[in-house]
Design a protein around this ligand. Structure first.
Ligand code: HEC
Ligand code: HEC
Length: 161
């Protein structure tokens, strides 16, 4: 009997220690779910949704979206109201487009782009968005690429023409 109580007691402690505040300590106990789905947007693609939202709210560890996006966002036209389909997002390892190209991401027909490919952002990367007659270039480097986390929230929507 005593043994059962002590087991229950220990289990109780384990449960108590797994609150949100110290989730790190629990990582070792709970087998980690890793979504290895490869999802990369393509010109004329129709699979995406939720244009303008921060895709990574759901498409990352802990979210319910399929695929964990490394880069994601939405491109609009110059009036920033309508989406701009089939643009192209280029990501460079450096300060300008003269530096090595790390990724070319096709924007789908809903204006959205996303990729689960592994890209190392730690040095800061340069990004450009090619439309049909205009290339929009971000002036500063990006260190994370959930583009809609800033664009449409703390700065203009991403646009091209
Ligand atoms: C509120 C949560 C949420 C947000 C925000 C969200 N998604 Fe999703 N997404 C999901 C869920 C859940 C699924 C899987 C169920 C489904 O297919 O509807 C999904 C599915 C998808 C799929 C299809 C995957 C497949 O192979 O079936 C794509 C592509 C996608 N999302 C792209 C995006 C993009 C791009 C954005 C941002 C512009 C975005 N999502 C924002 C929750 C979200
Ligand atoms: C941390 C916030 C943040 C993230 C993340 C971010 N941006 Fe930006 N972006 C800005 C800000 C602020 C500006 C305006 C100042 C500048 O150009 O540096 C900007 C400017 C731009 C411009 C030029 C806009 C213009 O009006 O000329 C483009 C294009 C752009 N970003 C694309 C992107 C893309 C594509 C991504 C994702 C791969 C991205 N940005 C991620 C904050 C962000």
């Amino acid at each position: 009997m005593f043994r059962i109580f002590s087991i229950l007691f220990v289990l109780g402690l384990l449960l108590l220690s797994c609150t949100k505040d110290n989730a790190d300590e629990c990582d070792d106990d709970v087998p980690e779910y890793i979504d290895t789905t490869t999802l990369i947007s393509l010109y004329n693609g129709m699979q995406s949704h939720n244009a303008g939202t921060d895709c990574k709210k759901c498409h990352q560890k802990g979210g319910n979206g399929k695929g964990w996006f490394v880069v994601s966002g939405t491109v609009y036209d110059s009036l920033m109201q309508q989406v701009f389909p089939n643009a192209t997002v280029y990501i460079y390892d450096g300060l300008t487009s003269a530096d090595p190209l790390l990724a070319t991401i096709e924007v789908d027909s809903l204006g959205n782009f996303y990729t689960t490919q592994d890209i190392d952002f730690k040095n800061g990367l340069h990004v450009e968005v090619y439309g049909k007659s205009f290339t929009a270039k971000m002036g500063s480097l990006i260190y994370a690429a959930s583009c809609n986390k800033c664009h449409g929230v703390t700065t203009n929507r991403i646009w091209t023409k």
